[in-house]
Design a binder for this molecule. Sequence first.
Ligand code: FMN
Ligand code: SF4
Length: 465
Amino acid sequence: MKAPIARFAPSEMSSRQIRKTIDAFANSASLAQLAGYDGVEIMGSEGYLINQFLCKRTNMRYDEWGGSYKKRMRFPVEIVKSIRKAVGEEFIIIFRLSMLDLVEQGSTFEDVVELAQALEEAGVTIINTGIGWHEARVPTIATQVPRGAFTWVTEKVKPYVKVPIVTCNRINTPEEAERILSSGQADMVSMARPFLADPAFVNKAAEEKSHLINTCIGCNQACLDNVFKGKAASCLVNPLACRETELVVDTTPTPKSIAVVGAGPAGLACATTLAERGHRVDLIERNDRIGGQFRLAMQIPGKEEFRETIRYFANRIDETGVNLLLDTEADFEQLKEYDHVVLATGVTPRKVDIEGIDNAEKVVDYQTLIKEKTPVGSKVAIVGAGGIGVDVASMITEPKRIHLRIGCKSGVSIKRWSNRVACSHSQIQWLIRKFGYCKDAKVEWVKAQGKQQVGFINERLKSAA
Ligand SMILES: Cc1cc2nc3c(=O)[nH]c(=O)nc-3n(C[C@H](O)[C@H](O)[C@H](O)COP(=O)(O)O)c2cc1C
Ligand code: SF4
């Protein structure tokens, strides 16, 4: 069975290959130990090999490695036992357990608990949470996923194990992490992309300078997108990520006076980096605020996180001493006084050569549409299906009033009551946070009104439970 994201259909492993693979896991862990690591994490989720053994969807075997759940979970359990035997008692073994596969014929909650307990018995030190196979149609880490949206899954498994349990996905601020830990939903928090966005995340959090953290906005545009294209991962909001040895920001021996024109993300990054290097920098912006077209992006439903980048740069301007000149139109007389001038004035929408394009009543460019919320008709053609085209489509089809049902959940149906309220995306985020402590809190992405992808939240309210 070929995965939609894989190039090849897999072939069934022989029993000998399975044994050799288990030995290879143990050998890798021993090598890590030899290299001085304190522990390893076994990747048991996201639809990779171990996950494929666990689920009926992909495990079609009828030998000692397939069939009943006991047999399907034998592969990960044997891996953990072999590693523990190879590395001794002190070495840390983390198992990343797929607690929510989000694909058909994935593990049930009972399966997850049974596996967690078997892994504990086999010798894991910590259990980490995996959410969703790569093939899952439910967004699991995209920016539209509210912060900490899947922590309820970890919380649900936690009472069934004695070892510490880790939660993850879209936990991108120290405050969010703290909220989760202090609520007791998980023993630890794992972050991946936030460290690409800001490698000094932990130090800044420890120094209570979280306002200076460059926050991961969940866009995936330079990390996962790059990896899936076979390129090195980096980060949209921190282009230095994974290029730290090539792009070294050091202090200049010859400070210059530099004008940066345009306070969009490029101008902001350029100005603050130059100032950090010791140059005298004026950042000239004709608008009354910084952010440029990022301000348009953050108005797209579900892209509210983009706001964080502007917050970060506003604080970086103060920190690095950039001289910010708002409401200022740069002109030749002014610019000729500087040693260097950097133009970062952004892009303007390209005018396409189509008959009737100047019909102001019917045609609008994306900047005007987003900025001025231009009303559009019921039948709209968007010219260009790149990122901006898709964002515009998402913006104009987003219902002005989302029907959000908050109700008691028993099994899969909402039973006792439902309350319909008008609600924006950020209000949904707030509601998830407010009720995030409930055991069965669940976010589902479903079709509503036959045309719209909207978030529904089914909650078991504490007061009503
Ligand atoms: C570029 C990239 C590569 C990843 N590779 C792995 C991986 O090899 N193993 C793994 O368990 N998770 C991997 N992940 C997923 C992360 O561990 C994490 O679950 C996910 O990014 C959600 O957490 P975050 O919001 O803190 O980034 C990867 C994520 C990114 C962005
Ligand atoms: S590119 Fe950067 S900001 Fe975007 S999701 Fe990846 S790590 Fe986060």
